[in-house]
Design a protein around this ligand. Structure first.
Ligand SMILES: [Cu+2]
Length: 516
């Protein structure tokens, strides 16, 4: 099996975890400690076995100097035969994205990433020049199995130096990809080689670690999924991967502005803003896993799913033990982290999945708008149109009147929000997608269309008969109303009162009724 150092007889089934790596040295240490204190001792691992194996000559390479990573494999973590899709794992599903193919060379999985400029479409109508990998933004998902040995070539076809950092992956320091610290930057035209054995499983990421603000801001990011070699439970039927990001693309601009600090106007799942996002499609009863990473520049994203609660099962630090998992309907994705959620798709329908920061449900043109809610702008429109024929004041009743219907947008830009849905216009944009769960599906690759609500399960205009039977007046007059007493302000207690009762007494009443 995976480790030779299992002192604990209960651990017959081992997976390669971070704990194993740590346990290697801890067990060796405790074994020696016990040996010193007591004559009789339980069977202990041979401390010699936890010594790193002497470097083995590698027939792939001329000398160990060519391949320093090989010396750094933790004991007990010599690599396994390459894990195979379908056999050792169920491949992930990447909405709007793809998984990087590999070839096997002498038992090692070989990948090739090319950092380059990419013309990327965020949603129909909006393209920008970004930086990505292998022709796309974001980079393809690297999908591997715990115990695999990987060799990843990275070619730099950008005009700037770059590196790749394998976020959360346990590896030798020199493979960690921090420009200047752990390696020289990859200069334009150069190809670097990274090689390491995967000693953990989980949802991880990769990204440039050289001039990060610019390079990650322009899209040099991707997801790195490591399946367990020996999964604890059944595999998921649908294993989705989503990467969150944010961008500032001024209307008419051809490039995202990586200098932006606060005013991002394109918020994306796998580099697509709604309505450009591909839905997540599932059959009723499917075990669903959704792996989410966040490599936004500045924003954390509370991702909310309708119709379900899920368990948070994993972070980029590893699997959360069953006893530590908790149910949520919103999972917070801090910048630079991943979360994995799992649930069973037992509730058919079209379910919204979105960032709950409402400003992240908007596309371009959201900036610099005065608050016109409640203002009748019809006269204003007429006057301004004398100067600007297409002028339309925005948002008298909110931004919902600014969607796709009849509003022109400038070239190479998308409406702030909105797409035509089955019932009406969906007044959301940005970090929004849809989970479609169906009783029957011919396959997962076709959008099954909109959900057909079973009779009696669709909210709709109340019939006069229903209003009468329930003594509900259509003008709202029968609904309970907040009383002035319930809505009153509560004057703050005088803070001085906590310390000096005499002063409090003197000031008593100074705040009463003086509220603003
Ligand atoms: Cu958000």
């Amino acid at each position: 099996m995976s480790t030779k150092i299992t002192a604990d007889a209960g651990h017959t089934q081992r997976t390669l975890t971070r704990r194993d790596v740590l346990a290697t040295s801890a067990l060796a240490g405790s074994a020696m400690l016990l040996a010193g204190r007591a004559g009789a001792q339980p069977p202990q691992p041979d401390p010699n076995q936890s010594e790193p194996a002497p470097p083995q000559p590698d027939k792939d390479f001329k000398s160990k100097e060519d391949n320093p990573a090989r010396e750094n494999v933790p004991p007990g973590h010599e690599h396994f035969p390459p894990g195979e899709p379908g056999k050792d794992y169920t491949p992930v599903v990447v909405p709007n994205g793809w998984t990087l193919p590999y070839k096997v060379v002498d038992g090692v999985k070989v990948f090739h990433l090319v950092a380059e400029e990419v013309e990327h479409e965020f949603a129909p109508g909006l393209k920008a020049t970004c930086w990505g990998y292998n022709g796309g933004v974001h980079g393809p998902v690297i999908e591997v199995v715990e115990g695999d040995r990987v060799r990843i070539f990275v070619t730099n076809k950008l005009t700037a130096p770059t590196t790749i950092h394998w976020h959360g992956v346990l590896l030798p320091s020199g493979m960690d990809g921090v420009g200047g610290l752990s390696q020289k930057a990859i200069l334009p035209g150069e190809t670097f080689m990274y090689e390491f054995t995967l000693v953990q499983h989980g949802t991880l990421m990769y990204h440039s670690h050289h001039d990060e603000m610019t390079q990650m801001g322009l899209g040099l990011t991707g997801m790195f999924v490591i399946h367990p070699r020996n999964p604890k439970g059944p595999r998921p039927d649908r294993d989705f991967v989503l990467l969150l990001h944010e961008w500032k693309i001024d209307v008419g601009a051809k490039r995202p502005d990586p200098n932006e600090m606060t005013d991002f106007n394109i918020l994306t799942f796998n580099a697509k803003a709604f309505p450009g996002t591909q839905p997540l499609i599932a059959k009723r009863g499917d075990r669903i896993r959704i792996r989410i990473g966040n490599l936004s520049a500045m924003s954390h994203h509370p991702i909310h799913l309708h119709g379900y609660y899920f368990m948070i099962t994993e972070t980029d630090g590893g699997t959360i033990p069953d006893a530590g998992q908790w149910p949520e309907t919103t999972v917070l994705l801090p910048v630079g982290s991943t979360r994995t959620v799992e649930f069973t798709a037992d509730n058919p329908g079209d379910w919204a999945m979105h960032c709950h920061m409402t400003h992240h449900l908007m596309n371009q043109m959201g900036e610099g708008l005065p608050n016109m809610i409640g203002v009748d702008t019809r006269g204003l429109d007429k006057q301004v149109r004398n100067l600007l024929p297409d002028y339309m004041a925005m948002g008298q009743t909110g931004m919902g009147d600014m969607g796709t219907m009849g509003m022109k947008v400038p070239d190479n830009s998308i409406p702030m929000l909105g797409a035509i849905g089955p019932k009406d216009e969906i007044t959301m944009g940005g970090m929004f997608t849809i989970l479609k769960v169906r009783e029957t599906l011919s396959n997962y690759d076709e959008d099954p269309g909109w959900y057909a609500d079973p009779p009696g399960t669709l909210a709709s205009l109340a019939a006069a008969e229903a209003l009468r039977q329930n003594s509900v007046a259509n003008d709202g007059s029968t609904a309970p109303r907040a009383t002035a007493e319930a809505m009153r302000s509560w004057p703050q207690a005088d803070p001085g009162r906590l310390h000096t009762p005499s002063e409090s007494h003197r000031n008593h009443g100074s705040h009463d009724g003086g509220g603003r």
